[in-house]
Design a protein around this ligand. Structure first.
Ligand code: GAP
Length: 441
């Protein structure tokens, strides 16, 4: 029987993430640092699997995409031109009594402090970019910023891509990397943090063709949500009202997800017009226009931007994968990850720890599978039931047991399916082909 998993779901996920090595509080032994999170072994594997899948779908399998990996620290003039120095801010209010700081647009009652009911001061615009200085001097001339979106690193390389690769419009650039925002109120675990990862595309089109490209990318994003196993009834599209659009956008669709704390933005798809290339052209003095050989026209390309947060993806897949199953003696908790993103694909056990022949054979099977799939674990701790529970909690799709029939009758191994609990006996070769099939490799 599956119980109502939504009760305290966030607390359960945060606790599982820490207990099982997915996500830890940043700088944990020093009491943490607000808005920062560290990914442990399974969190790092899950992140890599999602990044690789994204890169494959958004870059490698397409003919019109070019990946980059740009510097996080950029010339501050780039952020002046992009409008971030003057306009990338949130409304801040500070309580006169306790000094706590809040985002004014997130307060239900904007007249008094939610912590001590003290009077709130006047609203100020707080710029969210992290300032730092480059070089040995720390005066105004050395000030720069950590990038608040990966997008900037692509716009400043538009010309380099044109000059080195010579792609024809339409084409896109893609990047996965860190972004930094000094959020006034980081909250909801990795949902809103101060240091996070983005997977972004800047797709350059002829001005008259933006609507077609926007619709194509909208479909790709919906397909992506399915690919990573999100329940499509939990993903909703929101047409962002004109008054709420970012300074660079003429149209944005937010892809929202039903998180346990409410329906919130997961991804964004924006039509950035020619705002960025025009602004960087003006700021740098470098011509970023495009000459279309076919139509003999010169224009500044317009941009469609699918922007995906990796950390919000991780939280969403965790929420949708979390399952509780009530048994007679206890509750089985498992993460029903799609095998493609599961941090560990297969776990191998000897039936008994103290039977040398079983351990030896299990190690041999483990080595064969590890060579094939990489993310394979060996476990001989505790009884089989406990080993299953441990693997269930980290979402391992298949557990393989080497027993007496394996060694005495050469009868293959037993393979237990995470979601159904069903066990089947098969040869190692059959298992490899079954897993390859499920992974789509
Ligand atoms: N380049 C466009 C851009 O950065 P955005 O809506 O500000 O647009 C894009 O951010 C995505 O980055 C969001 O949809 C979300 O997935 C992620 N994101 C933004 N701020 C975040 C934060 N503080 N913590 C975690 N993820 C964040």
């Amino acid at each position: 029987m599956t119980t109502d998993k939504n009760e305290n779901l966030m607390e359960k996920i945060v606790s599982l993430c820490k207990r099982r090595g997915f996500v830890f509080q940043g700088s944990d032994i020093y009491g943490g640092l607000a808005g920062t999170w560290d990914y442990g072994p399974y969190g790092a594997e899950l992140s890599n699997n999602i990044k690789n899948l994204w890169w494959k779908m958004f870059v490698s399998l397409r003919e019109d995409m070019y990946g980059v990996d740009a510097a996080i620290i950029m010339n501050p003039k780039a952020w002046e031109a992009s409008g971030h120095v003057s306009g990338f801010s949130d409304p801040l209010v500070v309580c006169d009594k306790c000094g706590h700081r809040f985002r004014e647009d997130q307060l239900d009652d904007k007249t008094k402090c939610p912590d001590c009911e003290g009077k709130l001061g006047a609203v100020k615009q707080f710029n969210m970019m992290f300032k730092t200085s480059v070089g040995a001097s720390e005066d105004e001339s050395s000030v720069t910023y950590l990038r608040p979106e990966t997008a900037g690193g692509m716009f400043v390389n538009y010309k380099n891509i044109q000059d080195s690769i010579h792609p024809k419009i339409p084409f896109g650039m893609a990047q996965i990397g860190k972004a930094f925002r000094n959020e006034i109120a980081p909250r909801d675990f990795v949902f809103r943090s101060r240091e996070f990862r983005q997977m972004e595309v800047e797709y350059f089109v002829k001005p008259t063709e933006w609507e077609t490209a926007f619709e194509e990318w909208r479909q790709v994003m919906l397909e992506w949500c399915k690919e990573i196993g999100l329940d499509s009834s939990h993903v909703h599209e929101l047409e962002v009202p004109e008054g709420d659009l970012a300074h660079y956008s003429k149209r944005t669709i937010d892809f929202e997800f039903d998180y346990p704390f409410g329906r919130k933005e997961l991804y964004g798809l924006a039509y950035r017009t020619d705002f960025d290339l025009r602004s960087h052209s003006a700021g740098s003095g470098v011509d970023l226009s495009y000459f279309d050989e076919e139509s003999k026209e010169r224009y500044t390309p317009h941009v469609i931007e699918p922007s995906l947060g990796l950390d919000r993806t991780i939280l969403a897949v965790m929420c949708d994968a979390y399952r509780e199953e009530q048994n007679t003696e206890d509750t089985r908790v498992y993460l029903a990850f799609k095998p493609k993103i599961a941090p560990v694909k297969i776990a191998v056990f000897p039936l008994l720890k103290n039977k040398e022949a079983l351990v030896e054979k299990a190690r041999e099977v483990y080595k064969t599978l590890k060579k094939e799939f990489g993310a394979v674990m060996f476990d001989d701790n505790g009884n089989i039931g406990k080993r299953y529970r441990r693997q269930d909690e980290i979402g391992t799709p298949w557990c393989v047991t080497v027993d007496f029939e394996t060694i005495e009758k050469d009868a293959g191994v037993t393979v237990r399916d995470r979601d159904t609990g069903e066990q089947k006996r098969m040869s190692v070769l059959e298992l490899i082909s079954h897993v390859k099939n499920e992974l789509g490799s």
